[in-house]
Design a protein around this ligand. Structure first.
Ligand code: GLY
Length: 405
């Protein structure tokens, strides 16, 4: 969501009112109020947990999720999820113009700075672009710009020419020589941004090469994607086609499909390369027409997981998908209405049946996300990235209504 300035709540409300397929004004006023009060509640719970002697880890900078008992999971800046609460606060500030949210956004963004030198992870985009990047759009703070450029520089050290991709993980070296996960598509946005800001073509070239390599190797004939592709660093050849968070190597892990859809839509925005748009459309078709997509449009944690009332959903995959579809609609005039309506249906389902009521879930906006079912972590709980992409989808819906006026 690229805001040139914070959109006031009243302006947002008027935009909502003027658009088709919108909930009534009272609901919208309630949602903006709910988003604001929930995020302030979340920030308060974090601060309380952080100062509670013996209660929190000393290096905690934010909160990632709730466990099944409803306790906060506090995380350090190196965690891949460290930027999402800051990013949600920036986005909520953009939606409401509430200055207290902006102050909180600044406070949650600041302690992430050290990550700009952390070359041990590919998650730089998630951590830095969702926090400092959102903040930079709204404030034009030049220190944020420098931090982002250094972050892109550090991320690019993980690019391997022979493989033609950015290395995702350093763990499990006995399993994969050079693992690349579909999630990594999301980190390319930082590189495209850095290329435009600095005029350095290398960032752009790395992003395009990574997207091309992923396009060549991650997708199956039905346009679903593998989670992890393991490469040989000497030959650049594919050694493994695996999963880490999905049901099986050949299954379609739901959030992975959403990362791919969002990633190729964003890559098309940045490059106008036709094959990226085609891939995004193919992924959208895979998701939206899947026979195992529940009627309420919120996927099970894996598209191949059994269809049952007991199978956990992944609200985060739905939020990422909705946000991506709002953007995809802009690039495909012939299917614009279809993608907009699909995105709006997902968003409405999240709002009606997955969003927390006032005071619930310690301030998280959405419940029912699944982090990693195979490792039994964060199953059917609120997680911060679901909230981030939910807010982004809401912002994109407002923007798309504004454009269609
Ligand atoms: N990027 C890690 C995940 O989606 O769980």
């Amino acid at each position: 969501m690229k805001y040139q300035s914070a959109v006031s709540f009243v302006a947002a409300l008027l935009l909502f009112l003027s658009a088709s397929c919108q909930p009534p004004a009272n609901d919208l006023k309630k949602s903006a109020g709910l988003i604001t009060s929930q995020l302030k509640l979340l920030a308060g719970h974090y601060t309380e947990a952080k100062i509670n002697p013996g209660g929190a880890r000393a290096d905690a900078v934010t909160v990632r999720s709730l466990n099944v008992a409803g306790d906060l999971n506090l995380i350090p800046s190196k965690d891949w999820c460290s930027g999402f609460v800051a990013g949600s606060l920036w986005q909520a500030y953009a939606l409401t113009g509430d200055k207290a949210l902006m102050k909180l956004a600044v406070d949650f963004t600041k302690p992430l700075e050290q990550e700009k030198y952390n070359g041990k992870t590919h998650d730089m985009g998630f951590k830095m672009f969702c926090s400092f990047g959102q903040g930079y759009v709204l404030t034009r703070d030049t220190s944020y710009r420098s931090i982002l450029i250094q972050s892109a520089k550090t991320l690019s050290t993980r690019f391997n020419e022979k493989v033609g991709a950015i290395r995702s993980w350093d763990h499990n070296q006995d399993k994969w020589q050079f693992p690349v996960i579909i999630d990594n598509m999301m980190n390319l946005e930082l590189l495209f941004w850095a290329s435009k800001q600095t005029g350095d073509q290398r960032y752009y070239d790395i992003a395009v090469k990574h997207a091309n390599t992923t396009l060549a190797n991650h997708f199956r004939p039905d346009n679903s994607s593998y989670h992890v592709i393991g490469y040989d660093t000497l030959t650049g050849k594919v050694l493994q086609k695996n999963t880490h968070q999905g049901l099986s190597h050949e299954s379609a892990w739901s959030r992975g499909q959403a990362w791919g859809l969002y990633g190729y839509t964003m890559c098309y925005r940045e490059t106008k390369i036709g094959s990226y748009l085609q891939q995004a459309e193919k992924i959208a078709a895979f998701i939206l027409n899947h026979p195992n997509l529940p009627k309420d449009k919120i996927p099970y944690w894996d598209f191949d997981a059994p269809a049952s009332a007991q199978t956990p959903r992944d609200a985060s995959a739905a939020a990422v998908t909705a946000s991506a579809l709002f953007e995809l609609a802009q690039y495909v005039p012939a299917k614009k209405e279809y993608y907009l309506q699909s995105a709006a249906a997902i968003l409405s389902s999240l709002e009606k049946n997955y969003a927390s009521k006032a005071g619930e879930n310690k301030g998280f906006l959405l419940g029912h996300s699944t982090g990693s079912f195979p490792s039994k972590t964060e199953v059917d709980v609120p997680i911060n990235y679901a909230d981030y992409y939910y807010l982004e989808a809401i912002g994109r819906q407002i923007d798309s209504n504004k454009k269609s006026k």
